[in-house]
Design a protein around this ligand. Structure first.
Ligand code: PLP
Length: 388
């Protein structure tokens, strides 16, 4: 294969099990597999998360919910939304639970007249989706609970700064904790949930009934430092190959715009991955790749389909040799966190940015993964409430 992302589903499974070990017995895991499982493949990631002990899954769009059901995934499923009239029915068809934060959202559900499990979202300080006013959010809970076809399934919020010490985090947690106590008093069966990966790892007070880790299940550090800090294993490796190797004489250049010129004689390798595959163009003359177990600089302009790599004078690497863009090679490790730091971004953007042209090959500690099960027939329980 020209370029490939190899994903170890056993690592995802173990990461979820480790995360489950960090929460109390009363707390369940909702594994977040939006955006094609952060680039890891949503269906295999979901299956691995469930095998590791997750009892819920979350996605953002109705189409993502459908894709999980088509892939044979039958766990409780939350669509974080927002959903509009044109995609709300699809989410319910998939037997997913949905989120509302204003009267309009509840009215949309009431108009549909279909059974639905509903979570009410408080904006405790993120400033994006969610109901800002706690009293209004509580009234929405009452309204959902009282509606003929609707069930108040959960009450939630989302943190803006759980990944860094910050006053806002404490503030958000306090606001949610107070509101959640009111919700619990009036609606004891509603599932309370707030924590993303960072909050899960940093603060047990954020755990409530359910935690929603995304990045951590893939073995990536929500603090963008090092997954080993949290005893997590990265599931994804990203490889390509050298397509050509040639000597470069002083003054000769590599790639568009001649942005690399050899100061002395060296060897340049051309590797088969470019920005269309997710190798960001900003890695031009700043990125790193592993070749033959050594760290080598990305040299010259990252183009659509290839990159140059300075292999050093007298290099013995050959066309066909493996190039690691993220992962291990011998004793060397190039993490998604490191690539992200080079780019001034976060690891999330690195794995989500691996392009659709890159095949995802799933394995279980190196062994082939059995074929997917049949699609789940949602007709029987479409929009219906399910046991917790
Ligand atoms: C994406 C998302 C998460 C997961 O966040 P991570 O930082 O990846 O753990 C949790 N909750 C909501 C509402 C999200 O949108």
């Amino acid at each position: 294969m020209r370029v490939v992302a190899r994903i170890n589903v056993a690592a995802i499974e173990r990461n979820v099990t480790r995360l489950l070990g960090r929460v109390g017995p009363g707390t369940a895991i909702c594994a977040v597999v939006k955006a094609d499982g952060y680039g890891h493949g949503a269906v295999p990631a979901a299956r691995a998360a469930v095998a590791g002990g997750a009892t819920w899954l979350a996605v953002v769009t109705a189409a993502e919910a459908t894709a999980l059901r088509d892939g044979g995934i039958d766990a409780r499923l939350l669509v974080l939304g927002p959903l509009r009239d044109d995609d709300l029915p699809e989410a319910l068809d998939a037997g997913a639970e949905v989120v509302v934060w204003d009267a309009e959202g509840v009215e949309r559900l009431e108009r549909l007249g279909r059974p639905a499990d509903v979570h009410v979202k408080l904006d405790s300080g993120m400033g994006r989706l969610g109901q800002r006013d706690a009293d209004e959010a509580l009234a929405l809970c009452d309204r959902v609970a009282a509606a003929a076809h609707l069930r108040l399934s959960g009450a939630m919020t989302h943190f803006a700064t759980a990944d860094a010490p910050d006053d806002l985090y404490a503030d958000q947690l306090a606001r949610f904790t107070a509101w959640a106590a009111d919700v619990r008093r009036r609606h004891p069966s509603a599932v309370l949930h707030a924590a993303n990966s960072a909050a899960l790892l940093r603060d047990p007070a954020s755990h409530f009934d359910l935690v929603r880790p995304g990045i951590a299940i893939y073995g990536l550090d929500p603090m963008n430092h090092d997954a080993a800090d949290h005893d997590l294993e990265p599931a994804l490796e990203w490889h390509t190959r050298l397509a050509a190797v040639k000597p470069l004489l002083p003054g000769e250049s590599v790639g568009y715009g001649r942005r690399f010129r050899a100061a002395e004689e060296t060897t340049v390798g051309t590797a088969s991955a470019g920005y269309a595959d997710g190798v960001r163009r900003a890695l031009t003359n700043t990125g790193t790749a592993l070749v033959g177990g050594r760290r080598r600089p990305i040299t010259g302009t990252v183009s659509m389909d290839s990159i140059g790599i300075d292999l050093g004078p007298g290099a013995t690497d050959r066309a066909g040799d493996r190039v690691v863009l993220v992962g291990r090679d011998g004793d060397e490790h190039l993490s998604a966190e490191e690539v992200a730091r080079t780019l001034g971004t976060i690891n999330y953007e690195i794995t989500c940015g691996i392009g659709p042209r890159v095949p995802r090959v799933h394995h279980r500690d190196g062994a082939p993964v059995p074929a997917a099960g049949p699609p789940v027939d949602r007709a029987a329980r479409s929009g219906g409430t399910t046991a917790r």
